[in-house]
Design a protein around this ligand. Structure first.
Ligand SMILES: *[C@@H]1O[C@H](CO)[C@@H](O)[C@H](O)[C@H]1NC(C)=O
Ligand SMILES: *[C@@H]1O[C@H](CO)[C@@H](O)[C@H](O)[C@H]1NC(C)=O
Ligand SMILES: *[C@@H]1O[C@H](CO)[C@@H](O)[C@H](O)[C@H]1NC(C)=O
Length: 378
């Protein structure tokens, strides 16, 4: 601004005598202002701006340049260092560094998370953690106002689970809690086993120093545990936020989703949560089909048979609103009475699949692995 002002007063001084001068100088100013940001102009812009030292930029998400191109936050290099992050690549046209946050301390005392996009890893990761009987607690600080949700992406999560799908005691337990307590359904269930690639949202509520905690309790059983979890904070106005009370949230016209620990081949006990799907423009219903991948069994919730919908309620089941039924259970996903797998389509506007499993599990009950596809409005 100052530079341009200077230019203009200089120009006015000169314009009295020559119009050509004005024309040429304006072109010059124009080219400074509209230069595309590339390698050569970067350096020039830096020199220009450094005279006044007034560079500001938002702490936007950025992509780091190291292995895996993890997500980082754009900040000045001194800010990144003071927050114990590591700089990995540049952002903000070279004025900032892409700052990466990883915590991987030994478990014991509570570990504070106070940066968006923090990667939470077991001590020694990628080498598994062999220490049993220890709880790792991560406290998510309320890093900003208007916070609504935190999303945990299980990039890698491999922990111990019992043969019948129970978490805790000898096995491990991954549990989230938060100050938000208006609905039991708003909390994700306790999970364990093989959860790589799965995710979980939880509500943070809007007040209190802590926005929630994640505890990874390593049971007394010997074994190896590995985790690498990305934590993303969402403010209430973020469009990527899930609807309230949705533990899993899927966007896009089609995809697949699994019960927790389906990769481990065992439905977890005591689950009560919702999978939600963002209704895409022009789509009105959701169709669900068993995955073509047959191992582990893509639909086995309570017994290896087709079961009448009317008997599902007291059994482990999924809730899915269709014109003829509201639940599905047993060993086949299909319409009521189907003896083999068949596509199930929800009623108009229903984009949710609930999950309910019993507190007592049965070994060999795999849970589900379903493909979803949104159906265009008629
Ligand atoms: C920078 O951009 C200018 C014009 O936009 C172009 O002529 C030049 O080749 C670019 N330089 C590099 C290194 O990309
Ligand atoms: C220019 O930028 C590209 C990526 O944007 C990078 O790969 C390349 O090394 C840069 N070249 C110079 C001369 O800085
Ligand atoms: C956290 O990062 C994500 C992108 O990874 C971004 O969408 C979100 O707005 C950020 N949250 C906050 C609170 O800045």
């Amino acid at each position: 601004m100052l530079l341009h002002g200077l230019y203009f007063s200089l120009l006015f001084f000169l314009t009295a005598s020559t119009h050509l001068w004005l024309f040429c100088s304006l072109v010059l100013i124009g080219s400074v202002a509209s230069d595309n940001v590339n390698n050569s102009t970067n350096a020039r812009q830096k020199r220009l701006f450094s005279i006044f030292n007034v560079v500001t930029f938002k702490n936007d998400p950025c992509t780091t340049t190291g292995t895996g191109n993890l997500g980082g936050t754009c900040m000045t290099s001194s800010e990144c260092a003071s927050k114990s992050g590591s700089a990995s690549g540049n952002c903000a046209a070279g004025f900032g560094v892409c700052c990466l946050f990883i915590v991987s301390e030994e478990c014991g005392s509570t570990i504070t998370i106070n940066q968006n996009c923090t990667y939470i890893r077991n001590n020694g990761n990628p080498t598994p953690d062999m220490t049993a009987g220890q709880t790792c607690t991560f406290d998510f600080k309320r890093i900003c106002d208007n916070l609504c949700q935190i999303r945990l992406d299980f990039r890698t999560l491999s922990t111990l689970v019992s043969a019948t799908g129970t978490c805790g005691t000898a096995e491990d337990a991954v549990t989230v809690s938060s100050p938000f307590s208006s609905s039991a359904n708003a909390f994700p269930p306790t999970v364990c086993g093989s959860l790589t690639g799965q995710h979980m949202y939880f509500e943070t509520g809007t007040s209190g120093d802590s926005a929630g905690t994640l505890s990874i309790a390593k049971g007394t059983g010997a074994g190896s545990r590995t985790f690498d979890i990305k934590a993303t904070y969402y403010t209430c106005d973020n469009l990527a936020k899930a609807p309230p009370g949705c533990t899993q949230y899927f966007t896009g016209q089609s995809g697949s989703f699994q019960s927790y620990n389906h990769a481990g081949g065992q439905l977890l006990t005591d689950q009560l949560y919702k999978n939600c799907f963002r209704q895409e423009l022009g789509f009105c219903r959701l169709s669900l089909t068993e995955s073509a991948t047959q191992t582990p069994d893509p639909f086995l919730l309570s017994a290896p048979d087709a079961i009448a919908e009317s008997t599902c309620d007291p059994l482990s089941h999924i809730t899915v609103m269709t014109p003829t039924a509201a639940m599905a259970c047993g060993g086949v996903l299909g319409k009521d009475g189907d003896t083999g797998p068949a596509t199930v389509t929800t009623t108009s506007g229903s984009f949710e699949v609930g999950v309910r499993s019993l507190t007592a599990g049965t070994a060999g009950i795999t849970g589900f692995n379903l493909d979803f596809e949104q159906v265009a409005c008629a």
